[in-house]
Write a protein that binds this ligand. Sequence first.
Ligand code: ADP
Length: 507
Amino acid sequence: MSVHNPATGAVVGTVADESAETVAAKVRELRLYQPEWEAIGPDGRKEWLLKLQDWIIDNTEHLADVLQSETGKPRVDALIDPTFSTDLIGYYARRAGKFLADDHPAPHSPLARVKKLTTVYRPYPVVGVITPWNFPLAMPVLDVIPALAAGAAVILKPSEVTPLSALELARGWAEIGAPPVFTVATGAGATGAAVVDNADYIQFTGSTATGRRIAAACVERMVPYSLELGGKDPAIVLADADIERAAHGITFGGMFNSGQLCISVERVYVEAPVYDEFVAALTENVKALRQGIDDRTPKHDIGAMATEAQVNIVQRHIDEAVAAGARVLTGGKRTGVGTLFEPTVLVDVDHSMSCVTEETFGPTLPVIKVADEAEAIRLANDSSYGLSASVWTGDKERGERIARRLDAGAVNINDVFANLFSFALPMGGWGNSGVGARWGGADGVRKYCRVQAITKPILPTQTKELTWYPYQMPKLLVALGAMRAAAARGMRRIDIPALMRLRGGDK
Ligand code: ADP
């Protein structure tokens, strides 16, 4: 399969279209090495993960070159993936030991105090990670690293549009001499489906349609999964907001990576008193963006879109909106170079238009005037998606109050993407935006583990427990009475006459 630079159309690499048999063989191989990887423990694994972190730091320029070649991103954006990866690796490499330590939960009842209770976190042997094309290095790292830190082996299926960065990651893993518990399978949907057919846990990021297919396949195999899918993130701008900041933040939130980001701002609701001022500031900011193709010297803010198919979706959303009465204040069409699409602001849009109801995944910002906070919340929640949202206000308490009424997995107040830089928080979508979450501190590695409960006697054991065969009613009544007393608000619920009736018969 050839890989193209979408900005120039040039072929920048070729990769294998790996068959289901190849994927199965790779997973079998991972299974051979995984037990040793689990056995070296979090501290042993930390050493390898930090070596990989060093490798990424040492190879940042090269990684950015490869990433830029397969995405047509601006140089600054291409540098983000390696840096973000470094941050994530540091967090999970260092914290996994604490996060995976056995728990000894307090017994739920005084009767359970006779046992020592332990929860053990043991990894799924092989985790399959399937990623999209928007962040070809960071997306894999975000999920592969926590899985490796948990002690799982990982097979990664990167997008067929941008597989080269993922192959670099695998090269780095091999170059540092790490155990062969991480491998990449290249190919398209069929290769991804083969990963789903062979791994013990699936972490998927991509479209809702594919996510649904993957979930169905996982259920068939009784394999757990976590899905991070599409989004249609709303931004709410209230009349008391710092309008300049809101306009700058929403420009970045809507246009970063040409809007090809699941948590991109895709709808903007502005309170009527500041609507004109906000739209003017937003349009000015968007017009000022520098768009073009970078080499190694950062010159532009916005680059190419990843595929022709993506450009066509953006154009369709704009054309349908305009046909239904919307106005384009800036942008609205291709630049004429590669897949570059002009950053676009749309007004006079409403909830009957595809640009407001469907995920665009492109550089468009549809803006809607609302009467008040209540209407903004109602419209923001009027979506099948629920990934993230932002609220812009001069009153942070009000912002938090509104956040708690939004149906979204994350809400940033007076900011965009902030939750993405907090690995201590979970990142997950509601509704059609997904199932499960990545990160969230300890949850980020524990999700890749099977939990095991172990009980161990604290007191010397008898030949027989009170409740074992043959049943002896007097002893059982003592046990039942004790359970009732412990569970049900004390002695008054023992009710000796009622207990005695449980003996039945004429006794
Ligand atoms: P997009 O192309 O819009 O990113 P997709 O959901 O189609 O969204 O692709 C995301 C990832 O899922 C890619 O790596 C793709 O190859 C993979 N994929 C596509 N179809 C399937 C499938 N049926 N099973 C597993 N993976 C798939």
